[in-house]
Design a binder for this molecule. Structure first.
Ligand code: NDP
Ligand code: MG
Length: 383
């Protein structure tokens, strides 16, 4: 049987490592052709030794003196890998904006893009979806909620009324704002359910992650913001629900482990055994559901505003949040300062912003401007 050829971008991250576990388990069915890291050279070497890929990409500033395989650098290299004729599936699991380039070029060259990277749809959603519609490529979401909704809407999409994304609520779901004033970096990084990269773990604590997911869902499932809802579900067993026109709900349940949706994106439309994890329904604690409190978690509300406004605003919000989270993780600002930085940046752009379509270059420019503005606010808070 011909092996499915995979390019894994962001191979040293949390999603990257889970993807490698699947490739390791199904060595007879998948072949890793190319991969990328940002600066993790040790991780680079380990992947080369174990999987013998043909091409490695380094997107950060690091350099290999005597590379063991063909090694390419930077954004252009991601585009080259995404366009390689022999690659069947590109897993885009990089952090940051760079994910948009291999996504677009993968789609252009008719490949399956298994998309984990959030920035791609949050900041550049219109461009990516326009490209997807023109292409012969496939866009399969990897994030657990979107994977759930992808599976639910595929069959009944035309009969649905609204989509519901669940959220664990993060480590502070029951905390008052006064208590949130005092939380440390370690408190924020203790996610109650998921083990993920640091950036997304901070976003889960502010609920910005769910806001970004609402924006992604808008692009993936072509629904207006008022038809995309969020439900706090601390046990994270149901990942997505669809409310149908007749009032019935369809839901997707699984053990909360990213390997399940990653594997589905790789094997779709087939389902292969995924015995890393399993869900024992009879031993489940009661499942709870309640609405999010946007007074305590205002960034979720802001994400809806950014989406409703459109144009540059989701990109601006995402850029500001990225800077704020980076600064928080460096210990420069406190937890609740993250939202201050995001709101200040958002407000300064929204006054002059006009909704509408923009080019990738224009959005990248606004992204940089928003980052600069957010950095100014961080500096003011620090001093
Ligand atoms: P990690 O921080 O764990 O890993 C990021 C990966 O991307 C690493 O391989 C890293 O390389 C590389 N990388 C870091 N910075 C850049 C950059 N500026 N440009 C290109 N590559 C970079 O992140 P996660 O795996 O948690 O998340 C990856 C993406 O998937 C994010 O967009 C996230 O929002 C999304 N996602 C993650 C989920 C999860 O469960 N973790 C769930 C759903 C979506 P190096 O090791 O060399 O630094
Ligand atoms: Mg998610």
């Amino acid at each position: 049987m011909r092996k499915v050829k995979v390019a894994l971008l962001g191979a040293t991250g949390s999603i990257g490592k889970s993807t490698l576990e699947i490739l390791r388990k199904y060595r007879d069915r998948f072949e890793l052709i190319a991969f990328s890291v940002h600066n993790n050279l040790e991780g680079f070497q380990r992947i080369v030794e174990e999987f013998s890929p043909k091409i490695g990409v380094i997107t950060g500033a690091a350099e290999l003196i005597s590379p063991p395989i063909r090694t390419l650098y930077g954004r252009e290299a991601l585009i080259e890998v995404a366009s390689l004729r022999e690659v069947d599936i590109i897993v885009v699991a990089t952090a940051g904006n760079m994910g948009v380039y291999p996504t677009i070029f993968g789609l252009k060259s008719g490949k399956r893009v298994a998309l984990a990277n959030k920035e791609t749809l949050v900041s550049f959603g219109q461009i990516v979806i326009d490209e997807y519609k023109k292409s012969r490529g496939e866009l399969i979401p990897v994030d657990s909620e979107h994977s759930a909704l992808f599976q639910l809407t595929e069959k009944y999409g035309d009969q649905m009324e609204e989509l519901i994304l669940t959220a664990s609520g993060g480590p502070f779901r029951n905390m008052s704002r006064e208590e949130m004033e005092k939380v440390s970096i370690d408190d924020v990084l203790k996610h109650p359910v998921w083990r993920m990269g640091k950036k997304i773990t901070v976003d889960s604590a502010t609920l910005m992650n769910k806001g970004l997911e609402v924006i992604e869902a808008h692009w993936l499932f072509n629904l207006s913001p008022d038809r995309i809802k969020v439900l706090i579900h601390p046990q994270s067993i149901l990942h997505g629900l669809v409310k149908m026109k007749d009032g019935a709900y369809l839901a997707h349940m699984s053990y909360p482990d990213m390997k399940i949706p990653i594997q589905y994106a790789l094997t779709y439309p087939e389902r292969w055994q995924c015995d890393f994890v399993s869900l024992d329904l009879s031993s489940l604690r009661p499942l709870e559901f309640y609405g999010p409190d946007t007074n305590r978690f205002p960034l979720l509300k802001l994400a809806y505003e950014a989406l409703s406004f459109g144009g540059i605003m989701p990109c601006v919000m995402n850029a500001a949040n990225d800077v704020a989270v980076e600064s928080f993780l460096k210990g420069e600002i406190r937890f609740l300062d993250i939202e201050k930085v995001v709101f200040a940046t958002f407000d300064s752009f929204v006054k002059e912003s006009v909704p509408g379509k923009l080019s990738l270059e224009a959005l990248e420019r606004f992204n940089s401007e928003a980052r600069a503005k957010a950095t100014e606010t961080v500096t003011r808070i620090k001093n």
